[in-house]
Write a protein that binds this ligand. Structure first.
Ligand code: ADP
Ligand code: MG
Length: 405
């Protein structure tokens, strides 16, 4: 069932109301400055909507893993400072979460302005989904909004407990606009894709993505597999993989998947091989059955890129998770770049294209192609769990569309 969204509320009723928004500002910070503000910018539609209608907006997020203790290195203050640069309204930061200082700051918050609470994981109650913390957070809210898709797979106080308290009190717990967008793109890909539907999977390991493969296989028309993940499939085909990253304990599983999937699974036919995973190492372009025992497969080769491109070109829906090689080193980035370009071209031709996974999103971003995808998911772990077909607790707890609110 669809979730009740913030943009469907009666806007006249927002003026002067306190809206607690769970955002995912778990962003990289160096020397007190945010180095990638993608996740902050992704919340602007919700925040702009709320301040334009005169709400008093309180933001809560986690950052890093402070393990229930105050840790100045993981203060959310730099994210608040970055947000202030991005919006036209006052943004205040309070170095407190639910204590007296936070309460006073919420009380004095003016309509149409934003208050950012300190990193909620400084409190041990957050990850324990503690009732008392949930109640304290809910006491700041006439309306609760979850716009933190990237944290929705965790049942924590700021993602779950607080929504529960709100519902018990008959107050709204709604999905923010980013949350709505994520659920729509990923949800439609799983349940209602325009065909042909092609998924591209890559990355380091099969093990973390086995349930994604299982869930996607019956839904896709083709599943293209690259990255180190493909190596384990090569082994299942009886091929030499040299010193490549292979999950030996998953070879049997890869074998079974290949038998079950038949033509649906498409593997690379050639690869970039090097003796060492180092920049400037000597590389060879080899067919997949030519890999020597001392070689390591570090990228897909040009023939594979061309094949993958053909599949992508003919698709109406493309879902991509996982780089095609060790893309952090330029010598092994061509496969990932080639696929990124092909997906961008498919978008231009009207296909719906969705990129998920932290490293894949970073690769697409650094290639300057992020805005040429229909949707780049801000949720790494959350998007994987969603693609596994699992219910995300932070989503399940929100009000349903057309519900009592
Ligand atoms: P995502 O974060 O997009 O879900 P993963 O975390 O699963 O992706 O995998 C990304 C990592 O996989 C990258 O660090 C990349 O270097 C690595 N990788 C991909 N292909 C290979 C390969 N052939 N050999 C070694 N590492 C690889
Ligand atoms: Mg990753």
């Amino acid at each position: 069932m669809s979730k009740a969204n913030i943009d469907a509320v009666d806007t006249g009723a927002l003026r002067g109301r306190r809206v607690l928004v769970r955002v995912d500002y778990n962003v990289p910070i160096e020397d007190g400055r945010v180095t990638d503000d993608t996740r902050i910018r992704a919340t602007l539609p919700t925040l702009t909507f709320l301040v334009e209608h005169g709400a008093r907006v309180v933001l809560v997020s986690h950052l890093g893993r402070p393990k229930g203790q105050r840790n100045d290195d993981m203060s959310i203050a730099p994210a608040a400072a970055r947000l202030e640069e991005l919006v036209d309204v006052p943004v205040r930061f309070v170095p407190d979460i639910v204590g007296a200082d936070a309460k006073a700051a919420v009380e004095s918050l003016a309509s149409g302005s934003i208050l950012v609470l300190e990193n909620v994981r400084f409190l041990p109650g957050e990850e324990k989904n503690d009732r008392e913390l949930s109640e304290a957070l809910a006491s700041f809210a006439d309306i609760y909004v979850n716009d933190a898709f990237g944290s929705a797979h965790r049942a924590h106080a700021s993602t779950c407990g607080v929504a529960e308290v709100m519902k018990e009190a008959g107050r709204p717990a709604l999905a923010g606009m980013l949350m709505k967008k994520e659920l729509r793109f990923l949800g439609d890909a799983l349940d209602n894709p325009e065909r042909p539907f092609v998924a591209i999977l890559g990355g380091a390991k099969i093990s973390g993505k086995i349930d994604v493969i299982e869930n996607l296989l019956p839904r896709v028309d083709h599943l293209l597999i690259g990255g180190a993940m493909a190596n384990t499939f090569f082994r299942a085909l009886g091929l030499e993989t040299g010193t490549s990253l292979v999950e030996a304990d998953r070879v049997e599983m890869a074998h079974m998947l290949l038998e079950r999937a038949g033509e649906k699974i498409v593997l690379p036919v050639d690869c970039v091989v090097a003796g060492e995973a180092k920049a400037g190492a000597r590389t060879w372009l080899l067919a997949r059955d030519e890999v020597p025992p001392e070689g390591s497969i570090l990228d897909i080769g040009p023939k594979s890129i061309a094949t993958f491109r053909d599949f992508v070109e003919r698709s109406r829906t493309v879902l991509w998770n996982g780089p095609m090689g060790l893309f952090e080193i330029d010598d092994f980035a061509e496969g990932t770049l080639g696929v990124a370009r092909a997906v961008a071209e498919a978008t231009a031709k009207g296909a719906t294209t969705i990129v998920g996974g932290g490293d894949t999103a970073a690769a697409v971003e650094s290639a300057g192609l992020a805005d040429r995808m229909s949707h780049v998911s801000t949720g790494g772990g959350a998007s994987l769990e969603f693609l596994e077909g699992r219910t995300l607790p932070g989503v399940a707890i929100l009000d349903d569309e057309g519900g009592s609110q």
